[in-house]
Design a protein around this ligand. Structure first.
Ligand code: PEP
Length: 250
């Protein structure tokens, strides 16, 4: 059985004054039946982890360099994220692919760097609106999965997030049928490449404008094992009902 996951991506938002959001999440979900992960800016990983203490919430990074150390001003390595308390690292987010010109090869090298530190990589894939309108969604997904996921994936070291670029931060989401079609397709591709045992054990998250009002219907879709949530993860008053919807879907 795949354990469901609610992951929050704070992006470049949050300072020390926002750490209190974690307290509210910890008190509402002290014994969660799903994995809860928050990926704050790197500056908050260590204080967030300290604040969580023995609590059940995991902390993750939003990106990392392919090397573990060296002359790369401004970058951060997977080892540094691990040292700060991260258990997961998002790689290949569409904002990184676009802002930093990241290729599938870059994403694969980052995922390897994450695995080298014993952490779990959340690898993001997803089509642009132009690609969807040209009916190229599944071809794009094939290329991103093949190019971005290293060999030797397992259900422990890999989570895949399907995030249509046009749904991120826009308030628009694909139809439930479209989400189901892509998630079923990703599952089939993973099974084909890694074998059915591993392919069935990797969690698939949907990401893009998930909110308290649409979470339950999205969590009902086949092969959706949870969500990667941006804007609605910043406030516990939004993220907590999304977690509750995931728990209710079990
Ligand atoms: C994201 O950035 O991964 C994301 C899904 O953002 P939002 O939920 O704000 O659309």
């Amino acid at each position: 059985m795949r354990k469901k996951m609610a992951a929050g991506n704070w992006k470049m938002n949050g300072t020390a004054g926002d750490l209190g959001e974690i307290d509210a999440l910890m008190s509402s979900h002290s014994d969660p039946s799903v994995d809860i992960l928050i990926c704050p800016p790197a500056t908050l990983i260590s204080p967030m982890k300290t604040r969580i203490g023995d609590g059940a919430i995991h902390v993750g990074g939003q990106d990392c360099h392919i090397e573990q150390s060296g002359a790369h001003t401004g970058d951060i390595s997977a080892g540094m994220l691990a040292d700060a308390g991260a258990s997961h690292v998002i790689v290949g987010h569409s904002e990184c692919r676009a802002d930093h010109g990241e290729s599938n090869d870059d994403v694969r090298a980052k995922a390897r760097a994450v695995w080298d530190q014993g952490l779990t990589a959340i690898i993001c894939v997803g089509e642009t609106l132009e690609q969807r309108e040209a009916s190229n969604t599944l071809d794009i997904i094939i290329g991103q999965l093949a190019g971005s996921i290293p060999d030797n994936a397992t259900g422990h070291n890999l989570v895949v997030a399907y995030e249509p670029v046009w749904a991120i931060g826009t308030g628009k989401i694909p139809t439930l049928d479209q989400i189901g079609e892509v998630h079923d397709f990703i599952r089939a591709r993973l099974e084909r490449r890694f074998g059915s045992g591993v392919g069935r054990s990797v969690r698939l998250l949907y990401g893009g404008s998930v909110k308290p009002s649409n979470a339950a219907e999205i969590f009902d879709v086949s092969n959706v094992d949870g969500a990667l949530v941006g804007g609605a993860s910043l406030k516990s008053s939004d993220f907590s009902p999304i977690i509750a919807a995931l728990e209710a879907s079990l």
